[in-house]
Design a protein around this ligand. Structure first.
Ligand code: ATP
Ligand code: MG
Ligand code: FE
Length: 363
């Protein structure tokens, strides 16, 4: 049994053909990074148009790679929330059209739940070579923890649009504990990268510079680290970085002449501030809610400093830590395998499925 999963919530157009056990038979991701780079952020109108151009070729490629005909699918799954309205719409309309044409059940998935579900999927290392497809990606992940359930757990999502803690009762039953009241962690990485002219999206570049820098060089704020809530705030940190490199008031970063040492130290100190807060709040949630596991997903979960500090915390405090495999942290359709959980519960969408951009807090 295989399903087709479609992902178009932000600026990645992706499709995957996955089995019930999480095996990936076909996968295709078209990124739009080059289209948005000159603007230093995702432009919604451009993203929607690009999805429209790419969605059918991306779906077609993943089906061909899997050698699966649309009529052989068990269901068609699509992320209907949260995300950019125009982007979501393209994926949802494509999924509904194909479900109608091929007479298949439709499954709506929550993109954030899928980011955490990626924790349950890991690439098989043993036959990496055999499984590497023509696109150079390993196409054989397998579900590792399905038999030994990872729930209940605390779930931390750190992505471009969200920084959220949940109590996860199972893969699709999540209770919001707290989240960012301003910028998301990934967004802060991207904005710092923009100030230092490191390109977009900037998380990977900032992390790379940070490796060569001194994390104690600047005493950046750890907002909300010690308050009683599970909320986060990163806009003060972003402003502190700005003041450190240009001083207050100045808007134009393009003519800045920063030495490599300053760039590396700013990146290292910034990254340390973000990671300290994420680790402190997550371990407190694990302790206070009396669970023994922490799941971590979303683009920033690929960050090496975050991964190693979380690992240290889990060893000190004695909880299980499951971080999504790095290649499944940023947006992809493979994590759409979560749709099987909804299929098992008989939770299908109807053909009048609408998008839910979900901009309100607490989503
Ligand atoms: P959301 O899932 O909230 O809708 P999104 O889908 O745009 O947002 P993701 O694709 O999960 O976000 O993650 C992208 C973000 O991850 C970007 O902000 C990017 O800079 C950041 N990121 C990616 N790799 C790293 C890294 N190694 N270190 C820090 N940040 C990173
Ligand atoms: Mg993206
Ligand atoms: Fe995402």
């Amino acid at each position: 049994d295989v399903i087709l999963a479609i992902e178009s919530t932000c600026d990645e157009t992706a499709a995957a053909v996955v089995t019930r056990s999480g095996r990936v038979l076909g996968e295709c991701i078209a990124t739009q990074e080059n289209l948005h780079e000159q603007f230093g952020g995702v432009v919604p109108e451009i993203a929607a148009r690009a999805h429209l151009e790419r969605i059918l070729p991306v779906i077609d490629t993943s089906l061909r790679q899997a050698n699966v005909n649309g009529r052989d699918l068990h269901a068609i799954a699509v992320a209907d929330r949260p995300g950019l309205a125009g982007s979501l719409l393209v994926g949802v309309v494509a999924a509904k059209s194909l479900a109608m044409a091929w007479q298949k059940p439709l499954v709506a998935i929550n993109h954030l739940h899928a980011h955490l579900y990626a924790c349950q999927l890991s690439r098989m290392s043993s036959d990496d070579d055999a499984a590497t497809d023509t696109a150079g990606r390993t196409a054989e992940p397998t579900e590792t923890t399905e038999t030994t359930s990872v729930y209940p757990a605390i779930g931390l999502i750190v992505s471009g649009g969200h920084t959220t803690l949940y109590l996860c009762r199972d893969a699709v039953d999540l209770e919001y504990l707290g989240g960012t009241i301003d910028d998301a962690a990934g967004e802060a990485f991207d904005k710092v990268a923009a100030m230092l002219s490191l390109g977009f999206p900037g998380g990977v570049a900032v992390a790379k510079w940070a490796e060569k820098g001194n994390a104690q060089a600047y005493a950046f704020p750890r907002s909300k680290q010690h308050d009683r809530t599970y909320d986060f705030s990163f806009s003060g940190l972003k402003t502190a970085v700005r003041y450190a490199i240009v001083g207050p008031g100045r808007q134009d970063f393009s003519s800045l002449q920063l030495t490599d040492e300053v760039k590396a130290d700013v990146c290292a100190s910034f990254e340390a501030a973000v990671v300290d807060v994420l680790v402190a709040k997550s371990r407190r949630a694990v302790a206070e809610l009396g669970v023994r596991r922490l799941l971590v997903g979303g683009g920033v979960a690929a960050n090496r400093r975050l991964r190693s500090q979380l690992t240290e915390a889990s060893e000190q405090d004695g909880f299980d830590l499951v971080i999504a495999p790095p290649e499944l942290c940023t947006d992809n359709a493979v994590m759409g395998a979560i749709a099987w959980k909804k299929i098992d519960r008989g939770e299908f969408a109807t053909l009048d499925l609408d998008i839910t951009p979900g901009l309100q807090r607490g989503f």
